[in-house]
Design a protein around this ligand. Sequence first.
Ligand SMILES: CC(C)(COP(=O)(O)OP(=O)(O)OC[C@H]1O[C@@H](n2cnc3c(N)ncnc32)[C@H](O)[C@@H]1OP(=O)(O)O)[C@@H](O)C(=O)NCCC(=O)NCCS
Length: 163
Amino acid sequence: MIEYKIRDAKKEDCAVIRELIQELADYEKMPDGPKVSVEDLEKDGFGEFPLFHAIVCEVNDAIVGYSMYFFIYSWAGKAIYIEDIIVRELYRGKGLGTALFQKVAKIAVSKSCQRLELSVLNWNTASRKFYESLGGVDLTESEGWNKYRFSGNALLDLAKESA
Ligand SMILES: CC(C)(COP(=O)(O)OP(=O)(O)OC[C@H]1O[C@@H](n2cnc3c(N)ncnc32)[C@H](O)[C@@H]1OP(=O)(O)O)[C@@H](O)C(=O)NCCC(=O)NCCS
């Protein structure tokens, strides 16, 4: 059993968080890689109106994993969206990912959230199994959702049409 500590992320953690975001993007084979800088993370997560929250997992005072989440809202009420969860490769399979996930669940329940939501790439079967072992339901299978994004010219063109 490995000894670890989970705590809220601080502004000073953003450089390590940026490294972990890079590791996650590499793992997910994202062709263009992450766009956010350490400065963006500091400004967007630790300013007057934080756009995201994060928790980190430390082993011997070194950050070895993290999760980024934010609050979302729907007709079902409050929920948390888990944007990122990653444990450094050397530390995987030791219960740290489960501990990070449980901590986000605890935060969700303490804030009266009804749900945790996240997206996972279809081929990432190890993580899909991980979520399913924790009780997650695959909505693509059960409800048939498709995920849409508007970016680049599609977004700019739409914005141009607005009064
Ligand atoms: C998914 C992840 C966060 C889980 O963290 P973890 O610390 O490895 O998880 P735990 O040790 O708590 O193990 C939980 C289960 O996940 C499984 N698992 C999932 N992905 C794994 C991986 N890449 N390596 C080792 N175990 C993995 C373990 O086998 C374990 O199952 P078991 O209890 O039946 O043995 C971590 O494996 C990871 O960072 N993966 C790469 C990044 C990623 O895919 N993130 C999610 C993007 S949506």
